[in-house]
Design a protein around this ligand. Structure first.
Ligand code: NAP
Length: 252
């Protein structure tokens, strides 16, 4: 407890799922947590939950595909919430599912722009600020799909996540000299709607994963948050450019 007391933490995609769970876990540890995304109501609910814990939270509406939004997000975080010590680049989409020969061009571009360009833009501004202001830690949320396992029908998503893992390693090498540690987590199927197949129920997912994964179950948002907090904290001080796969053994 208290690992992030008075530290300012930014979580993109903090209005739902893994991002919200991670934001709340940081709040439990004393952080000031800023959540960003496109949907104000979802962000406001996360802030309400943060404040319910007695912590300080803030919401900034920002579309990761828009350069001006991302620059403004970092400026607002720094000026209104006391700097930027930790950034979790979690916002992303899983669209354009389907065979490579059938993927719609616009949808393919949208996945790449949101996941790759969005993560890069966020890191661009985060690293610039942290490098000049005493360092910090960045955790990117990649995926087991793409960098670690190959799954049919998720070509655009997998390519975008492989790029995030690669960008993580490059940024880690470039930024460590300035005291900025960059790492990633790569979750397998986690208990949010994103891991449901089209039309699948939660029970159907449980049946599928009982067979498909060595651990025999879906992962929890808390299990991802735990790893993100470790990578963001001084406990992981020798971890630079690592990409922790959290997929119940699916990639082994
Ligand atoms: N769930 C899984 O099984 C799983 C597995 C591996 C990796 N992941 C990764 O974990 C991350 C979180 O996923 P999740 O499962 O928690 O799903 P989720 O609830 O859909 O979270 C994605 C978040 O990203 C935000 N977002 C999407 N596009 C954005 C944009 N252009 N600008 C700003 N924010 C944007 C969404 O908010 P708005 O729509 O309001 O903008 C949403 O809050 C994603 O990067 C995902 O790829 C998930």
């Amino acid at each position: 407890m208290g690992r992030f007391t008075d530290k300012t933490v930014l979580v993109t995609g903090g209005g739902s799922g893994i991002g919200r769970a991670t934001a709340l876990a940081f709040a439990d540890e004393g952080a000031i947590v800023v959540v960003a995304g496109r949907t104000e109501e979802k962000l406001a609910e996360t802030v309400r939950l943060i404040e319910e814990k007695g912590a300080k939270g803030g919401a900034v509406r920002a579309d990761l595909t828009r350069s001006d939004d991302v620059a403004q997000l970092i400026r607002t975080t720094v000026s209104s919430y006391g700097g930027l010590h930790v950034a979790v680049n979690n916002g992303g989409i899983l669209a354009a599912a389907g065979p490579i020969s059938m993927i719609d061009e616009e949808q393919f571009a949208s996945v790449l722009t949101t996941n790759i360009t969005g993560t890069w833009l966020a890191m661009k501004h985060e690293i610039a600020y942290m490098s000049e202001n005493g360092g910090g830690t960045i955790v990117n949320v990649s995926s087991s799909v793409g960098p670690h396992v190959t799954v049919p029908y998720l070509g655009a998503y997998g390519a975008s996540k492989a790029a995030i893992s690669s960008l993580t390693r490059t940024a880690a090498l470039e930024a460590i000299g300035a005291g900025v540690r960059v790492n990633a987590v790569s979750p397998g199927p986690i208990d949010t709607p994103m891991s449901l197949l089209p039309g699948e129920t939660e029970e159907g997912r449980a049946d599928r994963l009982r067979e498909a994964l060595p651990i025999g179950r879906v992962g929890t948002v808390a299990e991802v948050a735990n790893a993100v907090l470790w990578l963001a904290s001084p406990e992981s001080s020798y971890a630079v450019g690592v990409d922790i796969v959290l997929d119940g053994g699916g990639h082994v």
